[in-house]
Design a protein. Sequence first.
Lengths: 422, 180
Amino acid sequence: MNTLPLRRTAICLALAAFAAPALADPASERALIERVDRLARELEAVKAELAAMKASDAVSAAPVAATSSVAASEPATVLTSYGEINLTVPTEQPEATQFDIQRFVLGFQHRFNAKTKLISELEVEHAVTSADDAGEVAIEQAYVEREISDRFSLRGGLMLMPLGFLNETHEPTTYYGVQRNFVETAIIPSTLREGGVQGVFTLGEGYTLQTGVVTGPDLSSWDATSTDGIESPLAAVHQEGQLAKARDPSFFGALNWRGIPGLQLGASAIGGNATHGTPGFPTASYLLWDVHARYSPGAWKLSALYAQGSFSNTAALNAPLVGNPTLFPKRFDGALVEAGYKLWQQDDLSLEPFARWEQFNTGRRYADLGAGLTPARRPTERVTTLGASLFLSEGVVLKADYQFFQQANDADRLNLGLGWSF
Amino acid sequence: MELRALVGLAALLPSGAFATEYFTAAQVQALAFPDADRFEPRHALLDAAAQARLQAPPVSQLAKGQLAYVVASRQGEVIGTLAIDEVIGKYERIRFAVALDRAGVVKQIEILSYSESHGQEVRLAAWRKQFAGKPATAALQVGKDIANISGATLSCTHVTEGVRRLVTALAALRAAGTLA
């Protein structure tokens, strides 16, 4: 501390100025000397106390005045972003090697007051969007959250459904692999978002319940001539808040338990009628559910998930579509197991290799339409992914992996990716 | 005495908006040291080297080169120390407290306020209990001696880092003999 010499100098100057006119009187001179001695003793006491408050090389004593700078206001609006830039190299079809700015997302969170805030994300997929390009611009989420109590919040707007691991937490820094896993793409069409209201209940003992009433898919938009329904049955009919038919609401619920550190056990479901009274369409419903578990002992991260989807009344839905390549499946499902390990870490850098095995079938079962008319079950695809994530910081990751496809083995591919999130 | 910090911890805390305040500074120190009959607020200043080593985020009091803490005592005998600080979870502030026993071992941590939309599982007693009994020499790192919470990774990581910073700073004060 350099305050002490300055203080002593200031005191001496003050005393000198005060004493000068009184020096002619011997009594006053004695009083002044006593006073100086007393002040000197007090000064020594101050000096000793200051020395006692000094820390070694880490912390030292300081005047209180500096604390005023601790108080700080925070911006009510926070800019957020995540993105993925990927290179895909199909090793059997090198001519199909592709570079893609797969996702570029900008968002903001704005806090109106202590209990009310807006969360939003605007996503651009595949870099360019126009009538002639493959890109897409979409609102990924836009909802207002109001905290009712410390255990209950209400949300309203366009929200990501709390399904599986990825749908709500989908930034590239949060999952292994350059591409999102197939189960949470083909079966759970991440990122599935719906408009409506949601309650989030913190139940204690590690239980969290999310439930609500939202829009759902529109089964009347199914295109039997397209392969979209084979790639992901629900992604083929989702509405994503775009002039969405909303006569038939969907209901969802997700219960997760995190009562033991490192362990998450959860289940979720969403479903409802989904033909919205469209003329010519029979009433039909859908259901999508999953169970998932994640355990993170030490440097390990172990995950497992099973998801299943179904459409009802598919015999009636498919009857007019017979002869087309893509009919409504009665059931579609998938499962995965994954293990990751934080192998190395130095400061912000860390390396996490992982392995994932998954299987999925987007046409596990079809309703009986009669001999020669009922679609054959689709083959179950099994994919093994081996790779690693190299984190340059908490928010930037370089990824590399190789994927082996059991059915479409000419689709085996090397993936390289750069991702960020903040 | 001018050079002795006479301000309470509450006066030292940042003024950012929080959705929910679970504990005030006074409540959390009483919770951590129910047997204490005196809480003495103190304040110290980090030197530049210590500040650089701790790498505190801007919302932390340590980033301003300061360390406000209280010394809990009973019948004139020091029984522990407590400090409060803040970190950013994913987007918003988390205010937390670390209580150390007389030997500098973590007694408990508490979350005073949390306002993120996700990740408030860091408030779970089961997660916070992992810190109890950890000495200043412990790694205090998610993935090593502190287990993560799936879906609350950033909150877990940043609170753990915040705890480690306070434990380190208070250990330095202890080593200097200023906590007696």
